[in-house]
Design a protein around this ligand. Structure first.
Ligand code: IMP
Ligand code: MG
Length: 183
């Protein structure tokens, strides 16, 4: 098993989420919000963020997968992550978001393909407001111009796992965010 190196500790994550929750609470004052988490990576972030938001909040979940030639996880680690494929919806929302305040909750903003796809899909349904909360951001990897409104941490181009993020479905339950060394 490769050595994992801690990049962001559970304490740092917890402190930052308190700040993000306070910002969301402030921005939406007393309006209700829908937190839409992207399966599966954002599940843990959603659980912690939601409890730092002092507003009426409901949850929904959306699922996506990338079409086509995504390399295997091993290749991804060697060559660097490259989600050039198209994004496809695997699970839609359970409710209408028209006229509602929607915050899309994602684990990591990488090339931006996933969030650009989801943003278009959801904004077309005419919510009252649409915001993006991303725990992590790898700005150096961006292919499409898209930014998060509530971003936890900007990180370098490393492959990270833990706190919901996986490597071939593994390591999602690590409490800290860790780097899998390349090479
Ligand atoms: P994007 O479409 O390239 O922005 O990729 C977003 C998705 O790729 C995220 O939802 C993650 O599932 C996955 N991803 C990107 N970078 C990493 C990483 O470093 N570790 C684990 N998953 C990642
Ligand atoms: Mg993933």
């Amino acid at each position: 098993m490769t050595e994992l190196r801690v990049l962001i500790t559970r304490q740092q994550i917890g402190q930052r989420i308190v700040e993000l929750g306070a910002a969301i609470t402030r921005d939406f004052r007393d309006e209700p919000i829908i937190l839409v988490a992207v399966l599966k990576g954002a599940a843990i972030f959603l659980a912690d963020l939601a409890r730092q938001v002092q507003l009426d909040a409901t949850f929904d979940f959306i699922g996506v997968s990338s079409y086509g030639a995504r390399p295997s996880p091993d290749e991804e680690l060697k060559l660097g992550w490259d989600s050039t494929g198209e994004v496809r919806l695997t699970k839609d929302l359970d409710q209408s978001i028209a006229g509602k305040n929607v915050i899309l909750v994602e684990d990591i903003l990488d090339t931006g393909l996933t969030l650009a796809f989801l943003k278009k899909l959801l904004v077309d349904r005419e919510p009252k407001t649409f915001r993006i909360a991303a725990l992590l951001d790898k700005p150096s990897r961006r292919k499409l111009e898209i930014r998060g409104d509530y971003v936890g941490f900007s990180i370098p181009d490393e492959f990270v796992v833990g706190y919901g993020l996986d490597y071939a479905e593994m390591h999602r339950n690590l409490p800290d965010i860790c780097v899998i060394p390349r090479g």
